[in-house]
Write a protein that binds this ligand. Sequence first.
Ligand code: HEM
Length: 462
Amino acid sequence: MLTVFYYALAFTISAFFAVLKWNSLRYSRKGMPPGSLGWPLVGETVKFLTQGPDFMKGRKLRYGSLFKTHALGSPTVISMDPDMNRYILLNEAKGLVPGYPDSMRTILGTNISDVHGAVHKRIRGSLLSLIGPIAVKDRLLTEVDDFMTSFLENWDGKTVDIQEKTVEMSFLVSMKAVVEDEPDSFLRTFKASFDKMALATISLPFKIPGTQYYRGLKARERVITMLSELIAKRRASSATHSDILDRLLRNEDGKYKLNDEEIMEQITTILYSGYETVSTTTMMAIKYLCDNPDILQTVRDEHFAILQKKVHGERINWDDYKSMSETRAVILETMRLASVVSGVMRRTTEDLELNGYVIPKGWRVYAYTRDGNFDPILYEEPFTFNPKRWLEKGLENHNHNMLFGAGGRVCPGKEWGMFKISIFIHYLVTRYRWEEVEGSKTLAKFPRVLAPEGLHMKITKY
Ligand code: HEM
């Protein structure tokens, strides 16, 4: 009887270790980076998601700046070395293509991150013509200014949740650029579905009713239906519009001709990519300005100097925006400390070598850029909010600054995003003072930058 017990025990222990080692055995190859692949299927996902930056720091201490893990359903190599990260971003042609989680691909559709080579060139070209720096200067600038001036009206005497307001601002300003004259009721319905979709882009892709992923897939169906109806309505009418949808449908620039499906994916990309990046950065910039009154005063002076040069009612122009150097520095410093984008994900299309290690075909490569934002050599006293550092020559263009990515996929929406945040700040600082309401001070920085109970500010006229 005892022998049976010992056999059973030995079997259980061996089975336990076999399970534990399963990932290591399954993915074992000579010359791979150090690291642990964790449990079958789940790998180290739980630690990766719950410990976030501490997980990264711990692994870096143990294994160095390049290590392997298994997270979000895939064996992954994580790089925390700024030079290596830059190399990864610049070398799509060597087999390092975007490799975002499956949930993102199914929810957003075949978007820009999913295409390569000539197709990527066409989709990116179309996108740049719609929202790139020249489009901002020539068209989007006035729209954003019009939107912000009325969005920031009548806040005097109110307590507002800045998180809620910046989310609303970020979505609506993009949506109005896409379709200029749809009624508020449509925008609200569309936003409700789009929000469900956006939330599901980072979820476990189990297509089971009740899950966030399932709700996201259903929301995607509604979003696509609404966009198809809008396209049909535009085609049935002879009216012209001055918005992104009109430009996409008119297709005047034959170089970037898109079919209807691509038009809908392009709109989804514009709305998704510029959403949380802009809302969270705006919220955090306001929080940092609130906590640093001297810096707020410098920013305020900058904006009043712009106003002083204008006759009453004259609008903000490109030169005004370009003169907002203190504001730009505040935004970049906010992005550095409260990074919305922690890193970029790639997938290997063939076996390749990184730093003398072999990375097998089909693995994810996560260029974790967030760590570089706290490099004490590049950013003296890295944990201090010090926008002035960005006014020093060249820091924005430094090779290790990858806030907006690098290489062929560097963010095409950078100036549009920076412009929206700058103009929001312009109207806020020239019209109001704000003070944080006690009790709304908790802020989470990982996995998302978030004020779980909102960021409530008491607003008074300046
Ligand atoms: C202002 C805050 C923003 C930040 C911090 C940011 C950051 C980034 C980063 C790091 C990448 C590189 C991703 C990669 O290499 O895989 C990227 C790409 C991209 N961004 Fe932004 N972004 C911002 C705003 C915007 C806005 C307003 C748009 C508007 C449409 C936008 C659209 C895109 C698109 C479409 C790509 C993919 C480009 C490609 O694959 O060729 N972003 N962004």
